[in-house]
Design a protein around this ligand. Structure first.
Ligand code: ADE
Length: 418
């Protein structure tokens, strides 16, 4: 078995933390128990490019219980939990290629190593694996029957590929399941982002002006949790509908050039390029903190910050101070990489439970139905989404109502009015 992890002696700690996360992942556990009996993934080779966390560890155990052969690499150079990577290798026999802090060259080497398994299914988070497979490793496309994509950014890239007609196999957009984005993107990103900022800086959030840039499901979650901690939250948006929503949710909305002058903490969560840039750095107060919680490290124009700086030093783990010629100091967290996974542990297991239940069930779906699926991006089947919600409620011990026959009939009729 091949692997490349930091240190196998960390495995015991990783296994304990994976077990702790598993306590919060009852839906995935139920699927794992069924997979163990039925082996629906028997002999299927899966290359997975995901954040290598304890939650991902439990997904890998589930796929393996179903009979799959797996190679796992990181979907971000800074998000790997080295102890967990070691545990998957040592105790689960899974080929893992991931080291926290790996450079770009190693990151791509690891993606290539994961592809060496000659996958039949790809499981991606951000579309880097799929992108390499469609460019440098095209010979690997022949064996692939389908894939899944975890995140908004990846789904956007895949749709661009499908639109250009270059996507070579069907991919299920896990992100678009209700039981994914309404919980993972909103409550997961919200909590883990604020957790990471606090772990990295130990700053008091109460009374500070927190600027949330982007009001998608992740931005909504971050704004909500920053407000809960007592921050004065400002939202910046380019979409009029979302801006209006932020206003009615009770936030102040203004252009970023204006927010740049008043903000204490800036959080990008747009999925877009150079959102915070030189014109904004020029306006910021000394001591301002900038960080990103979107998928890629392109939302903050770090090269501009480097150019503007007369000096730079790391003042705490994940906190880089940039000294500017006018005496101001700006602080960049986690090298502009997604801060919730760089400086904290990513989304809590209770939400990843639903995201990864969708992943496991979608892999099973692809195996059963791939021959009828077009080379396109399509949603998680509604019955899987509903099943995940149902199982989560069951695990939480929550019962809900059902429609009476009369109500069901009423909803299907049109004759009855006033
Ligand atoms: N993405 C965000 N949080 C995550 C986590 N805890 N594990 C895997 N992927 C994630």
């Amino acid at each position: 078995m091949n692997y490349d992890v930091k240190d196998l002696s960390l495995a015991e700690q990783g296994a304990l933390r994976m077990e702790w996360a598993d306590n919060e992942m009852p839906v995935l556990r139920l699927i794992r128990q069924r997979f163990e009996q039925e082996k629906p993934l028997q002999g299927v080779r899966i290359a997975a490019c995901l954040h290598v966390t304890t939650e991902t560890g439990n997904l890998m155990r589930t796929l393996k219980a179903g009979g799959a052969e797996i190679a796992l690499c990181a979907s971000n150079p800074l998000s790997t939990q080295d102890d967990l990577a070691a545990a998957l290798v040592k105790y689960e026999g899974i080929s893992v290629y991931a080291i926290k802090g790996e450079d770009k060259e190693t990151y791509y080497k690891h993606i290539h190593q994961a592809l060496d398994i000659q996958p039949q299914i790809t499981m991606d988070d951000g579309c880097d694996l799929v992108s390499v497979l469609h460019t440098d490793r095209r010979e690997g496309l022949a064996s692939v029957i389908g894939g899944t994509e975890e995140t908004t950014t990846g789904v956007i890239r895949l749709r661009a590929m499908a639109k250009e007609g270059v996507l070579q196999y069907p991919v299920i957009a896990i992100n678009d399941a209700y039981t994914k984005h309404l919980f993972d993107n909103r409550y997961g990103t919200g909590q883990s982002t604020m957790d990471a900022i606090m772990r990295a800086t130990n700053l008091l959030i109460a009374g500070r002006k927190v600027v949330v840039i982007g009001y998608g499901w992740c931005g909504r979650g971050v704004a909500m949790r920053a407000r809960g901690l007592g921050a004065h939250v400002i939202v910046c948006e380019v979409n009029p509908l979302k801006a209006l929503e932020a206003i009615m949710d009770g936030y102040e909305v203004m252009p970023l050039t204006k927010a740049a002058e008043v903000g204490d903490i800036f959080i990008t969560v747009t999925g877009n390029y150079h959102v915070l840039r030189e014109e904004h750095f020029h306006r910021m107060k000394s001591g301002a903190i900038v960080c990103n919680t979107g998928h890629f490290n392109v939302e903050i124009d770090i090269p501009a910050l480097e150019r503007m700086a007369t000096g730079k030093r790391t003042v705490r783990a994940f906190v880089d101070e940039y000294q500017l010629s006018d005496g101001r100091r700006l602080y960049l967290l986690g090298e502009g990489r997604l801060i919730n996974l760089a400086a904290a542990e990513g989304h809590p297991a209770a939400v990843m439970d639903m995201s990864f239940a969708n992943q496991a069930l979608s892999v099973e779906y692809i195996i059963k139905h791939h021959s009828g699926l077009p080379k396109d991006v399509f949603p998680v089947p509604a019955e899987i989404d509903a099943q995940v919600a149902q199982l989560k409620l069951q695990a939480l011990g929550v019962q809900i109502d059902t429609l009476t026959d009369e109500q069901a009939k009423y909803l299907e009729s049109w004759q009855e009015g006033t």
